[in-house]
Design a protein around this ligand. Sequence first.
Ligand code: ADP
Ligand code: MG
Length: 326
Amino acid sequence: MSGEFDIIARHFAPLAKDAPLAFGLKDDAAMIAPPKGQHLVVTADAVVEGVHFLHDDPPGQIAQKLLRVNLSDLAAKGALPLGYLLTCAFPPDIDERWIAAFAKGLKADQKHFGLKLLGGDTVSTPGPATFSVTMFGAAKNRAMLRRAGAKPGDLLCVTGTIGDGGLGLTELLKPHADLSAIQRKFLIARYRLPQPRNRIGPLLHGIASAALDVSDGLVQDVGHLAKQSKVRAVIDLAKVPLSPAAHALEKRDPDIRNAAIGAGDDYEIAFTVPPKRLNLLKSAAQKARVRVTVIGRIEKGEGVAIALADGSEITPERGGFDHFAR
Ligand code: ADP
Ligand code: MG
């Protein structure tokens, strides 16, 4: 394995070549010039071997997921991605081939999402491999979409389909017997390679009253939005959009729908919209070519309720992913 500076020069500097203010990763720091009249939106996410990925996972996919979970946060805030800082803590068993494959994953997604590497840090660790990204985006009008802002009467919406990431993880741990190979592949891909909604995010300015990234389970995350907005959210269970693969599973096991709204790794955007802006939302969804579904409504009160097919409402138990839950 070569030294720290060789690794940076060989594997990371090429990812910064389109960012003149990263100075080829040869200075102490980089600069960011946000587009005129816009503010920087910043977010960070880290992944740890054994917690977020497994030792034998493909390095390129670990890199892409790391970028995409950050991209999803920017999307939910209505921000356009600009660039990122990358901190790598490599244990002794990671060799240069592994780093090259990791950098290849970064390169592919930089191109796909219009991102640049601006800098970072490279250290060694006796512990599990750990990677952290701090990502910078820009939002118009000095404002990003907030979790606070939903009002009684607003509609609750979500992008894409819910539950695929969680079902994909289940599929890896304990395959369902009755899925086709294509459906199985789809669900696992949704777990390993989330599709952040960066096309529609920035279009939600002036449409959404509140928004957040759904990463730890729809119910739990909508609960965060309700809490910050000081309102009650009602999720209409039957309206929660499922993928064809999840539908196939639901036919055998009606509980799949309940699992889907509690599972993590969706990386969709949940947001609220005043009914009079529904037409604007439809145009935005068409422009971004993203599926958007109205899944419920906002009322006075607090918490999250699930409306069932018979019209009754239940309050879900605390669900979703929590690193420190015991
Ligand atoms: P310091 O001595 O202050 O820790 P470094 O020698 O670690 O600085 O970093 C030198 C340059 O390389 C800096 O521009 C830094 O941003 C960049 N850099 C270091 N590690 C990474 C990385 N993993 N990804 C991108 N840039 C990096
Ligand atoms: Mg350093």
